[in-house]
Design a protein around this ligand. Structure first.
Ligand code: SF4
Ligand code: SF4
Length: 408
């Protein structure tokens, strides 16, 4: 690794972590510090280690990489930090530094990145999971990565009665079909794990417009999060080109919409892509954000208590908070649960890498859902839905888990 590259990474990290004045506010909110009560699990601890590494007093060892990888990238620290220190971004840059220093982020992340970069493999995985689900073998997939989806049809027959099935959708008061070319961005996780929710999203969009279905690439978050930055940039360029003719790009995955909205920030020093990336980022909307903006009215109002688990990438990542809640208020009896915006412990592959810690975080979420008395917990991110499905099973199926597109 060239010395100039090291200096570049260290400067980027230093610009962030030097703003940390070690006040300790983040210790009270970091979900990991809440489970593993050691300084290095908190933002303050991670920033101190990063600072030590930059100053040469801490060796960039495997132990340091473990500490850097042990982060949900949930931004809870950033939101609560008086200086708004972007510890999550610093961790991503240090992971990138280690991936280049070691020549790879490791076999596991390289394999995951390779799968997500290959559209054929993503489609093949989605097809395989569909078959496994059909023959009831999906639960054999470890880490709950192929949950049995509670479909919109099952939801309506369970909570609204057969009369609601097949009834016509209400017409939205605002028709954007003549004003905007709306494209759907299909996230890999949504396509592979929650096909009924994807159908739900498309059905809703079709009540409003004629959505363009584009065979897009992965949003690149798994690559960015694990140091595969050049793969991330390659996929970003391909997605930018693919969606150039769309006016609005709607995603039903908060991780995708959050990542795609920030793509422009990765091209600020690339004159050939700067403008195109900025134009692309400006077009991105999450599904609840888009539906709220166009004045969409839920197709059914069902007498069921619903609560919302706010994905980190939706609330803290994009500031989209009121939109899903208002849509759910119109669709059923919405109840706000305690800690709705607390991370569920999913965080990409975190729940696979650190199952025990992720489970402790999820236990808190499950208790909050149970205490809310909701029949349904709704979310807008496939990794959250995977975690919540585990919580539902662990609660003895006291509640069902659904994507927002399946209930509105
Ligand atoms: S809250 Fe912010 S400034 Fe305070 S210790 Fe944590 S990261 Fe540093
Ligand atoms: S991003 Fe989340 S897990 Fe990571 S240090 Fe901040 S609060 Fe803790």
């Amino acid at each position: 690794m060239k010395n100039t590259d090291i200096q570049k990474y260290f400067k980027e990290v230093d610009d962030i972590v030097s703003q940390c004045d070690r006040c300790g506010t983040c210790l009270t909110v970091c979900p990991l510090f809440g489970v593993k009560d050691i300084e290095s699990s908190s933002a303050r601890g991670k920033n101190n280690i990063a600072r030590g590494m930059i100053q040469g007093v801490v060796k960039p060892s495997a132990e340091v990489l473990d500490i850097v990888n042990f982060c949900l990238l949930c931004r809870t620290c950033v939101d609560n930090c008086p200086s708004k220190v972007k510890t999550d971004n610093a961790m991503i840059v240090i992971r990138q530094y280690f991936a280049e220093k070691n020549g790879s982020p490791g076999i596991k992340y390289k394999a995951l990145g390779g799968l997500m970069k290959n559209r054929t493999l993503v489609k093949f995985s989605a097809g395989t999971l569909k078959i496994l689900r059909k023959i009831g073998m999906n639960t054999l997939i470890p880490h709950g990565m192929a949950p049995s989806e509670f479909t919109r049809k099952q939801y309506l027959s369970s909570f609204a009665g057969p009369a609601a099935l097949g009834s016509l959708a209400a017409t939205s008061p605002i028709d954007l079909s003549n004003k905007s070319k709306v494209a759907y961005f299909k996230g890999c996780g949504m396509g592979m794990m929650f096909p009924d929710a994807v159908e739900g999203t498309l059905a809703i969009l079709r009540t409003l417009t004629e959505p363009q279905i584009i065979d897009n690439m992965c949003c690149g978050l798994p690559h960015l999060a694990h140091g595969l930055r050049s793969d991330f940039l390659d996929m970003a360029k391909e997605n930018i080109s693919l969606f150039e003719k769309a006016d609005v790009i709607v995603s039903d995955c908060a991780s995708c919409s959050g990542t795609l909205k920030h793509i422009a920030a990765h091209f600020t020093d690339d004159p050939a892509w700067q403008e195109r990336a900025a134009a692309f980022s400006r077009k991105i909307m999450g599904i609840s954000e888009y539906l709220f903006q166009v004045g969409y009215k839920p197709q059914h109002r069902v007498d069921v208590k619903m609560t919302f688990h706010e994905p980190c990438h939706l609330g803290r990542g994009q500031g989209v908070r009121k939109q899903p809640r208002q849509l759910l208020t119109a669709a059923g009896k919405f109840i706000e649960m305690a800690g709705a915006d607390n991370c569920c412990g999913g965080a990409g592959s975190f729940h696979i890498d650190y199952p025990a810690i992720a489970q402790s975080i999820l236990d808190k979420k499950r208790i909050n859902i149970e205490n809310s008395g909701a029949h349904i917990v709704v979310s807008e991110c496939p990794t959250c839905l995977v975690q919540l499905n585990k919580a539902a099973v662990q609660s003895g199926n006291k509640f069902k888990v659904m994507h927002i597109s399946q209930v509105i």
